[in-house]
Design a protein around this ligand. Structure first.
Ligand code: UGA
Length: 455
């Protein structure tokens, strides 16, 4: 294995895989990015990204043009050429909320089938505790099968491939902490790099790969690394659910959650981050990972009431939007409601587990008609709720509306001419689900204004 100038293979072309591949290529390594989705790979080969992530398309195009980054569906070739293999495939939720690690396991089997020399496998996907060990075992099983002549792996000439004597494959866990919408910045300037390894050598290889990343390098065991990822996400989600719960209390006693959070945040033991009250958290990580941790505990016979409450409070927060609107309007039946913002947060087109999904479902259940605008996410949203009317800009969305609800704090919404919005609406009921406007200023404009945790 060339550890000085390794060739890298990244399996999975989602947010994490594309970012890892692009940055590693930009560091000067040769990177092959693999995905089984042919259409997605064809787009990437032409320089078109399947996701909206600021700055990532330029970085990919630059490194592809300079010959350091290529895209393929040929997993066999990519595995054989690589010294280091990153696994960055999705680990979605099953319908009941457990983690589906099928894609990770399938990749592990492929590695075992095609590996042709010493490699380091680095798991980037968020995976339940014990997965690094299971991946190690799956690779070893496939190798054993090949050694027994099972004929699983084939070389280009389609003959069963012999297993080279020196076929040492170590598997490490290196959870990723980047956020969508700031993926590149987060990858290049993380608060820490966590690596879970079984040998100092593997830690050293990863440390070298991350040489240009200036952050504490935390070396631990694979199982600890896996749990650090879940604990981090659950802790951040907990902060949000907690401040949202305090917001509900604020509304009853006439306090202002933003002021309360500001005062609390001055205690450096608590800190200011993830204390913005709103319509609840969404995305492909917090909801999925807190549910997964809960299931993992239940499977072990352990009750984790705090972890359960994170999800319960978040569900209540999302459902609370339509509840609040009903309180303001009396009935929603037949009301034209403008929904501003569909993505789970600004600067992404991602609507996975977004609060907008719950809100629009609840609005439709109340026989309201929904007119929506989002700068990036309408394409995805249309696939889930085709009965929604989409508009070309936010002003068109609020025209003749009987109420408006803001669900995502896009800059475009902060910049709105609210006097114009007020004039366009049939009834100026405005529910600001992200607390971006000043209540007094909104009321002065003539809005019947409500927000989260502020009176
Ligand atoms: C989250 C974590 O922040 C990343 O560290 C992690 O790597 C990632 O999940 C993952 O596991 O892949 P992400 O889901 O991209 O990142 O987005 P965040 O910016 O953390 O926001 C998540 C949700 O929390 C959004 O819906 C956002 O609106 C909400 N949020 C965030 C609040 O409601 N209040 C806050 O104060 C902060």
């Amino acid at each position: 294995m060339d550890t000085e100038n390794p060739t890298i293979c990244v399996i999975g072309s989602g947010y994490v895989g594309l970012t890892v591949g692009a940055v590693m290529a930009d560091f000067g390594y040769t990177v092959v990015s693999v995905d089984s989705d042919e259409a997605k790979t064809a787009h990437l080969q032409r320089g078109t990204l399947p996701i909206f992530e600021p700055g990532l398309d330029e970085l990919i195009q630059k490194n592809a043009a300079q010959g350091r980054l290529a895209f393929t569906t040929d997993i066999q070739g990519a595995i054989r050429r690589a010294d280091i293999i990153f696994i960055a495939v999705g680990t979605p939720s099953t319908p009941e909320g457990r983690v589906d690690t099928g894609a990770v396991e399938a990749v592990a089997r492929s590695i075992g089938q095609y590996v042709n020399g010493p490699k380091l496998v680095v798991i980037k996907s968020t995976v339940p505790t014990g997965t690094t060990e299971r991946v190690t075992r799956a690779i070893a099983e496939e190798l054993a099968r090949r050694r027994e002549g099972g004929g699983h792996a084939t070389t280009e000439d389609n003959a069963p491939s012999a297993v080279p004597a020196d076929c040492d494959v170590e598997v490490a866990s290196c959870p990723e902490f980047l956020r969508e919408s700031t993926a590149l910045q987060d990858f290049l300037h993380p608060s820490r790099v966590v690596v879970g390894v079984n040998s100092p050598r593997a830690a050293e290889v990863i440390r070298r790969l991350y040489a240009k990343v200036n952050a504490p390098f935390f070396v631990t065991t694979p199982i600890n690394a896996e749990l650090i990822k879940y604990t981090s996400n659950a802790m951040l989600a907990l902060k949000i659910s907690f401040i949202n719960e305090i917001a509900s209390f604020c509304e009853l006693v006439g306090a202002d959650v933003q002021e309360v959070a500001r005062g609390v945040a001055l205690d450096h033991r608590i800190g200011p981050s993830y204390l913005l009250a709103g319509v609840g958290f969404g995305g492909s990580c917090f909801p999925k990972d807190t549910r997964a941790l809960d299931w993992a505990a239940q499977d072990l016979g352990l009750e984790m009431p705090i972890v359960q409450a994170i999800t319960e409070v978040n569900e209540r927060q999302k459902r609370g939007v339509v509840h609040k609107l009903r309180g303001l309007l009396g009935t929603l039946a037949g009301t034209r409601v403008a929904v501003l913002g569909l993505s789970y947060k600004p600067n992404t087109d991602d609507i996975r587990d977004a609060p907008s999904l719950t809100v629009v479902r609840d609005l439709l259940a109340e026989s309201a008609s929904v007119v929506a605008y989002d700068p990036q996410a309408m394409r995805h949203f249309r696939q889930v709720f085709p009965q929604t009317t989409f508009t070309a800009d936010p002003y068109e969305a609020v025209e003749e509306a009987g109420a408006a609800v803001l669900l995502t704090e896009w800059q475009e919404f902060r910049d709105l001419d609210m006097a114009r919005v007020r004039r366009l609406m049939r009834r100026p009921v405005f529910l600001d689900g992200r607390n971006i406007f000043d209540p007094a200023a909104m009321r002065a404009l003539g809005f019947q204004y409500a927000s989260i945790g502020r009176v």
